[in-house]
Design a protein around this ligand. Structure first.
Ligand code: UDP
Length: 406
């Protein structure tokens, strides 16, 4: 596990010094992160990296995962889709299932820390412990709720309103709320197995294991198999590219324990790809970080054709590897990709196909976009910036006024 000093070479000594200075004010406080899955998806990814570094900075940070059954995760997946603006038939029974599971977790998962940091809607009902706990309560929303389904949003509002503050990933996601709001973007860890430099032999070894031809340009999308990631649209765009350029597509993803739709979507993708030998559909187990790292590094173009996206860590991961990216202009992706500067944005299948073609045909231009992307991530979306934001956020919970003196 890398230590903070190891990041000096990437972000500069000053950034790390500032983190230690801020942490001196927060040392000894405890933070309890709670979400709904230990593996799969961006939230688990972030918590997995941030928790140990908070501890290194002297904050007593722990990470708990709520428990829930199949029914509960079906309901919360409906909530997730509905909050992203998708039409979903949410029933009164769904709301009851949600409440029952949250009440069960209130009995088994005790908030004991100074700061309760609750991620996304699934564990939001833990706020019922607020009355008899001294903690400050933060609700961290990773979803793009700029256009939420009204019924689900109204159901969640009484929970949200009881928190001390809410945290969103991007300015466009903030909502009218009676509590303070903070805008904090997620981040990636440049020294994790998912993102660190890899030797050429490791990359080639992974391609060989997945039976992918290293001599033919590779277009890749790494994502959970989720309709909102539009894997079928990616295949359609790829097949348009294939008419002009001999290339191959990798769609790689695994399961998240809180996403019950994964196997259905994977089956549809497999069916759609069955007759095209250049489309590789890879179901990879959780923890395949080196494999994902290698697939991203081996790609001529990385695609993220999401229909909705909270932030899109996969975009940051690809840009950090200086890969040319084609991504939908949705949610947090627009924070990361400045069109024609750090990648190409698209709005349709045809647009994605054109952009992929343009990058495959202009390797110099593609490389320039990738380099710009890497610098943009270095400046804005590495874990050190995220840690700084967390420390400032924690300080703001306990200090009155607008100015925090260091
Ligand atoms: N990821 C992974 N294995 C997979 C698919 C995705 O480890 O099979 C990782 C991916 O590398 C990224 C995160 O899960 O770090 C996905 O985060 P993102 O914000 O892109 O999307 P989310 O899944 O949270 O909607």
């Amino acid at each position: 596990m890398p230590q903070l000093k190891d990041y000096e070479a990437i972000v500069g000594t000053q950034v790390i010094d500032e983190l230690r200075l801020l942490a001196d004010k927060v040392k000894g406080w405890s933070v309890q992160m709670v979400n709904s899955t230990a593996v799969g998806g961006g939230v688990a990814e972030i918590l997995n990296r941030m928790t140990p570094f908070l501890n290194e900075l002297g904050i007593n940070a722990r990470w708990d995962v709520i428990k829930g059954g199949e029914q509960f995760y079906k309901v919360t997946k409906k909530f997730h889709n509905a909050l992203h603006g998708k039409a979903e038939d949410v029933t009164p029974e769904d709301f009851s299932i949600f409440n029952e599971t949250n009440e069960m977790n209130n009995k088994t998962l005790e908030i004991t820390a100074d700061i309760a940091y609750i991620h996304d809607p699934q564990p939001i009902g833990l706020i019922h412990q607020k009355d008899h706990k001294k903690a400050k309560w933060l609700w961290r929303c990773h979803i793009d709720v700029s256009n939420p389904n009204e019924r689900v949003w109204s159901f969640l509002r009484p929970f949200i309103d009881r928190y001390d503050s809410a945290v969103f990933s991007a300015p466009a996601f903030s909502q009218e709320l009676p509590i303070r709001q903070f805008l904090i973007s997620p981040s990636i860890d440049p020294l994790s197995d998912k993102n660190r430099e890899l030797g050429q032999e490791t990359i080639e070894g992974v391609l060989k294991r997945f039976q992918i031809d290293p001599g033919k340009p590779i277009v890749t999308q790494i994502s959970r198999f989720d309709y909102l990631k539009d894997p079928l649209g990616v295949i359609e765009a790829f097949e348009m590219v294939q008419r002009n350029i001999d290339c191959q597509l990798i769609l790689a993803g695994g399961e998240a324990t809180d996403d019950p739709e994964g196997s259905e979507v994977l089956a549809k993708v497999r069916e759609r790809a069955r007759d095209n030998p250049d489309v590789h559909v890879l179901a990879i187990p959780s923890g395949s970080d080196i494999e994902i790292n290698a697939l991203q590094r081996a790609s001529s173009v990385v695609v993220q054709k999401s229909i909705k996206e909270g932030f899109g860590l996969t975009v940051a991961e690809a840009l950090w590897k200086a890969r040319p990216v084609v991504a939908s202009a949705v949610g947090g992706i627009t924070l990361q990709v400045a069109h024609k500067y750090s990648g190409l944005l698209c709005h349709s299948v045809e647009g994605a196909a054109l952009a992929i073609k343009q990058l495959l045909q202009n390797p110099e231009y593609a490389a320039k976009l990738g380099q710009n992307g890497r610098e943009h991530i270095r400046q804005n979306y590495l874990l050190t910036r995220h840690l700084r934001d967390y420390l400032l956020l924690f300080l703001s919970l306990f200090y009155g006024g607008d100015i925090i003196r260091l």
